[in-house]
Design a protein around this ligand. Structure first.
Ligand code: FES
Length: 200
């Protein structure tokens, strides 16, 4: 056989590498074809002698938040927060007009927001609102304070988590609560553990 030049050797080597690469890919794609297809909602699983046993995924907990009228736009002002329970009785929240646009703000000035009043440290009710700092707090228990212009972020104190934020919608001249982002302190599920508030 004629002696190979270095260039010929490299070219053949490259082609051989491609074959090897394809050889790796094909069995994997074939393996994928051999797997049983998942069927939404099905509880049946298929195993073969070579398949590891499968474990059913835990069912997701799904709930639907009520849509509840909280106040009219004319009632919301920059100095007097409106308190309301939502979505369950005892889950106290505060509705405020910040006076500056907020990322989750609603209303003509995009500055109306609502947050849980239950402190994320140990659940004390935080009632004091300081409009000059757009801050809820200090908490009467251990002085945590939350920045309502920045997604309820902790600005001072023992708490380490943002306040849960109430989702709001405007319809005509009314403000509605439609959901809650993040878990309310003391509840494993924001929709369970107490009676629902009355839907209006
Ligand atoms: S319960 Fe609010 S800071 Fe501790």
């Amino acid at each position: 056989m004629a002696e190979l030049t270095r260039r010929e050797f490299l070219l053949i080597g490259t082609a051989g590498g491609a074959v090897v690469a394809v050889g790796v890919i094909l069995p994997l794609s074939q393996l994928a074809k051999d797997q049983p297809e998942a069927v939404a909602g099905s509880t049946t699983t298929t195993t073969t002698a070579t398949s590891p046993p499968t474990t059913a995924a835990p069912a997701a907990v799904v709930g639907v938040f009520p849509r509840v009228r909280v106040a009219s736009l004319g009632e919301v002002n920059a100095t007097d927060p409106i308190t309301f329970d939502y979505p369950l009785q005892g889950q106290r929240n505060v509705l405020v007009k910040l006076g500056v646009p907020a990322s989750a703000g609603v209303g003509p000035d995009q500055d109306i927001v609502a947050y849980s009043s239950l402190c994320t440290h140990m659940g004390c009710v935080v009632e004091e609102y300081r409009p000059e700092h757009r801050a809820l707090g200090p908490c009467p228990c251990h002085f945590s304070t939350f920045d309502l212009a920045n997604d309820g972020m902790v600005s001072l104190g023992q708490a380490t988590q943002n306040l849960p934020r109430v989702l709001l919608e405007i319809e005509a001249d009314d403000v509605y609560a439609t959901g809650v982002v993040r878990l309310v302190y003391g509840f494993a599920n924001t929709l369970q553990g107490a009676d629902s508030v009355e839907v209006s």
